[in-house]
Design a protein around this ligand. Structure first.
Ligand SMILES: [Zn+2]
Length: 496
């Protein structure tokens, strides 16, 4: 395809939370209301994908710690679940949903057959108990994702997991599923045989899982365990593996390692009229999981050349940020999606710079005139995604250029991110921009990053960004996208 055609089709779409819907003709798809209904129609029946995990040893049992054992029985139609949770060593006053908005999924709760009060979706226990079991039933809301040729269901754990409050300081939790005949489950949590052992963040941050019948594969690349659950028959196993394996390698090339031990993909094919990947979204509750919605007709070359997977994976180098600060994480991920693909031969250098240039133009043309931090905070309401993402990408490019210029390429944005990432590790809770900016500044040894970030956040107009096309910066641009084929683990010869 010609770059021009590609770029027009690849326009940014609305981003819902940390997800990215890509539309035709710059028309946003919104994850609610009419447009979502349209997606459901396109998809037909709910279609989800699941993924597999390598079995792991269960954590050793420490008798001094509280335990919570969940048994989750999924309805035959995947429309809900009955849950029994038994606690030991925890003084529990109530059970609360993971997200405030999902309490309405609760249909009732009981202790030994006696009905409990459930105001606003919270399950009130009559008296704090250190050894008791609670039964409750939930109905899953209308699924967000569906595929026409799969009956598997993609369900957030917020639909069935209620956590104990007060939350024990140390809790060993296990989850066992009882599934309809031949059903499978896939979640990004450690597991041993059929039992999952969710970490604390699974009780506070949403993540998606898959129930039902789906294809799964696991492999290791860049020293990372990759689990893929795919709903529907295409892209084929080999193509899916090549596409996502190379995306992981390209993302790992940033620092010579991937920032997680494992990553979980849910692949939900959906017809998208010429687009290769129409949606991507990363979630971190108890593990890193990425939902991707590719076209079943996309060739493996088209999938590899697409930006969405590398964008979502790039988020895993960064912490989650509060809404007003997300321009930085979205901006850096947007910058990395272009630079990493060029370095690893998944797109040509020329195409990377053209896409950056055109992205900046889209960012300049859009927005509501707010300061960037306000624009970022309100973007789910205003739809100012281009403005937020591309202003953030301009910050990333400016930072990269200045670091390189001041250090003769000894220091780069990629190196600074790789070093800074150790500050937040795999933390799932959001942090403020100051944490990220300070870590980048300290990792790079450069004195300008915090101040530059504050300047961008307060700026209402789109930044001037001469680095993208000025002849003065031609050599630095060439170095930014120069081949890193060894780090990428594959030939960096561009195929397009
Ligand atoms: Zn993003």
């Amino acid at each position: 395809m010609t770059p021009g055609t590609s770029l027009r089709r690849r326009c940014f779409a609305r981003i819902v939370s940390t997800g990215h819907w890509r539309s035709r003709a710059n028309t946003p798809w919104v994850l609610k209301g009419y447009n979502l209904m349209r997606l459901w129609k396109i998809g037909g029946l709910l279609c989800l994908l699941g993924c597999a995990h390598a079995a792991e040893e269960p954590p050793p049992r420490d008798p001094s710690r509280a335990t919570a054992h969940y048994t989750v029985t999924i309805f035959d139609n995947f429309g809900g679940a009955t849950v029994r949770v038994c606690f030991e060593g925890a003084s529990v006053r109530e059970l609360v949903p993971v997200g405030d908005s999902v309490g309405r999924a609760l249909r009732g709760a009981w202790v030994e057959g006696e009905t409990l009060d459930t105001p606003r979706g919270r399950i009130l226990l009559r008296q704090p108990s250190r050894a008791s079991c609670v039964d409750y039933e939930t109905r899953f809301g209308t699924p967000t994702f569906r595929a026409s040729d799969s009956s598997a269901a993609i369900v957030s754990q917020t639909q069935w997991l209620w956590r104990p409050e007060p939350f024990p300081h140390e809790l060993d939790a296990s989850v066992r599923f009882v599934l309809p005949a031949d059903g499978q489950v896939s979640l990004p949590w450690p597991r041993s045989d059929a039992i999952y052992f969710p970490e604390q963040s699974a009780f506070f941050t949403s993540v998606y899982g898959v129930f039902g019948s789906f294809d799964r594969q696991s492999f290791s690349v860049a020293s990372t365990n990759v689990d893929i659950a795919r709903l529907g028959s295409r892209p084929a196993d080999d193509d899916t593996r090549r596409w996502l394996g190379r995306a992981v390698q390209a993302t790992a090339s940033l620092g010579g390692r991937f920032p997680r031990d494992r990553v979980h993909f849910i692949v939900v094919p959906m017809q998208s009229q010429g687009q290769q990947v129409v949606f991507g979204m990363v979630r971190r509750g108890g593990g890193s999981s990425i939902v991707l919605v590719p076209s079943p007709d996309a060739t493996v070359e088209e999938l590899e050349g697409d930006w969405v997977a590398v964008h979502e994976l790039s988020h895993l180098w960064l912490p989650r940020l509060y809404a007003g600060d997300r321009w930085i994480s979205e901006g850096i991920a947007t910058y990395l999606q272009e630079v990493l693909r060029a370095r690893c031969g998944l797109q040509s250098n020329e195409r990377a710079w053209t896409r950056l240039q055109e992205g900046f133009e889209r960012g300049r043309r859009s927005g509501t005139g707010r300061q960037l931090a306000s624009e970022s905070r309100d973007m789910n309401r205003t739809g100012a995604y281009h403005r937020v993402y591309w202003a953030g990408a301009a910050f990333a490019l400016e930072t990269d250029v200045l670091l390189r210029k001041n250090s003769d390429d000894e220091m780069t944005l990629l190196r600074a991110i790789s070093d800074a990432q150790r500050v937040w590790g795999s933390e799932a809770r959001p942090v403020g921009a100051s944490v990220l900016l300070k870590a980048l500044q300290e990792a790079s040894g450069a004195g300008f990053i915090e101040e530059l970030g504050e300047k961008y956040a307060a700026r209402a107009e789109f930044p001037n960004i001469p680095y993208v096309d000025s002849p003065e910066y031609r050599e630095i641009r060439a170095r930014i996208t120069s081949s890193a084929h060894e780090a990428c683990g594959v030939s960096a010869e561009s195929s397009r």
